[in-house]
Design a protein around this ligand. Structure first.
Ligand code: SAH
Ligand code: SF4
Ligand code: F3S
Length: 408
């Protein structure tokens, strides 16, 4: 367990803030102060929110689902599509009325959307009742931010994205006991041209295998029956690290832990999905026979524009290998309709790939331009209405496939 010593541990200064907050809270809010964490976006955010809840609980707040009864509210946000951001603005708008009722209420916003300078600027200017704004690599500093604001500091904006080692041992309050999230890495280095994640989450950083195993053991000891390993691209786990444990090896090590539990994981990027990984899935009895393998487009031309590093044939070959090695594998995927410059001919290649693979289910998205990404600068002549028609055509095809699979 030598490696554990190298971790960047939750700083004692944050524990000091936690203790100071817990002695301050009753004088401001009475004997049952409450905090509400509102989460948008992917499982990574749900997992981060469990850490936000853990820190808030340690500060002395009771965690509530009801925003109306909260003395502290935090929105953990997503920026992946425009729609996700619109929903957040709608939600933070309500804070104004809540603060009229409760002048001591503190409101914060964090996560991927808040990480963008343009968003922080907009909140600074147009949402003066938001007290604290911080980005994706600063959430371990929540106690410090709350304490400073509680003791009268001016509004707090902290967007540092310095890609320092992952902070370990942040207090965590899990939403569930029998199923749980286990982040193995943070960030993304892939820079798919449509995607904002690498800009808001920063560089790929993997946790030490000993850390991951220790957390898995703890979850199992506490009754967890389904562990989902999380990362934007789990297949590149451990790349460039001296320990030499790649994702396939990590899966085998977790599979070898004592206990009766199932292992799931997401997301796998096709470019890094190795035969070694397929064999690990095949061999490990505790690993679920499910592979979420986003293909994004069936057209090699569009895949190149997307910077995905595989073409249609390579993807289909990978699927053939997966089905050959693991005959009962269930495949799911993500697909984007209407990437800039996509023609109906390209789109038909997406339809034909879906027909060929027959996914169990699909997460389908209409392309949403994200400021600062290369795709947002590409010519995009097809109208939203036309993209909507293509999208419906795709949904109908996938419905038919799913009905056929279920024998309907
Ligand atoms: N890391 C994961 C995906 C994270 S985002 C992966 O690479 O598979 C989840 C999904 O959102 C992506 O797979 C993609 O299909 C979709 N997505 C990302 N950016 C988008 C955008 N700008 N417009 C529409 N969909 C997008
Ligand atoms: Fe976005 Fe691509 Fe990274 Fe996934 S792999 S998070 S789609 S840049
Ligand atoms: Fe959204 Fe951030 Fe996840 S942009 S999809 S919450 S990594």
């Amino acid at each position: 367990m030598k490696n554990l010593e190298f971790g960047n541990i939750f700083p004692t200064v944050q524990w000091d803030y936690i203790h100071k907050i817990s002695s301050l809270l009753p004088s401001v809010y009475g004997d049952n102060p409450k905090a509400c964490v509102v989460t948008f976006g992917c499982q990574q955010n749900v997992s981060d929110s469990e850490k936000l809840k853990g820190m808030l609980f340690a500060c002395g707040y009771t965690i509530t689902e009801d925003i109306n009864e909260a003395d502290f509210i935090i929105f953990n946000t997503c920026a992946v599509r425009g729609h996700a951001e619109d929903r957040v603005y709608g939600n933070i708008g309500n804070v104004k009325a809540l603060k009229k009722e409760k002048p001591n209420l503190i409101a914060a916003i964090c996560g991927c959307m808040a990480q963008q300078q343009s968003v922080a600027d907009k909140i600074k200017k147009s949402y003066p009742y938001m007290d604290i704004v911080f980005g994706t690599q600063m959430f371990h500093r929540l106690p410090e931010f709350i304490y400073k604001r509680l003791s009268g500091s001016k509004r707090i904006f902290e967007l540092t994205l310095d890609n320092k080692p992952i902070v370990e041992e942040i207090p965590t309050k899990r939403d569930r006991v029998t199923t749980g999230w286990l982040p193995i890495m943070y960030g993304c280095n892939n820079f798919c041209t449509y995607c904002i994640v690498p800009y808001v989450r920063g560089r790929e950083r993997s946790r030490e295998p000993e850390r991951v195993l220790a957390e898995a053991r703890e979850m199992i000891a506490n009754g967890c029956k389904e562990i989902t390993l999380l990362g934007q691209n789990v297949n590149s786990y451990g790349k460039g690290e001296a320990h030499g444990v790649n994702f396939a090896k990590l899966l085998r090590q977790i599979n070898d832990l004592e206990g009766d539990f199932e292992i799931k994981f997401m997301t796998s990027h096709p470019k890094d999905c190795s035969l070694e990984l397929l064999d690990a899935i095949r061999d490990c009895k505790k690993v679920s026979r499910h592979l979420h393998l986003p293909f994004q487009s069936g057209s090699s031309r569009i895949l190149k524009l997307m910077n995905r590093y595989y073409d249609r044939e390579q993807y289909l070959e990978l699927v053939r290998e997966a089905k050959k090695r693991i005959p009962d594998i269930k495949l799911t995927s993500d697909v984007i309709v209407g990437f800039p410059g996509e023609t109906y001919e390209d789109f038909k290649e997406t339809l034909s790939l879906i027909k060929e693979v027959e996914f169990e289910s699909l997460f389908t998205f209409i392309y949403s331009p994200r400021g600062g990404t290369p795709a947002a600068e590409m010519p995009d002549p097809v109208s939203r209405e036309e993209k909507g028609k293509w999208f419906d055509e795709l949904l109908e095809l996938q419905d038919n496939i799913q009905n056929k699979k279920r024998g309907i």
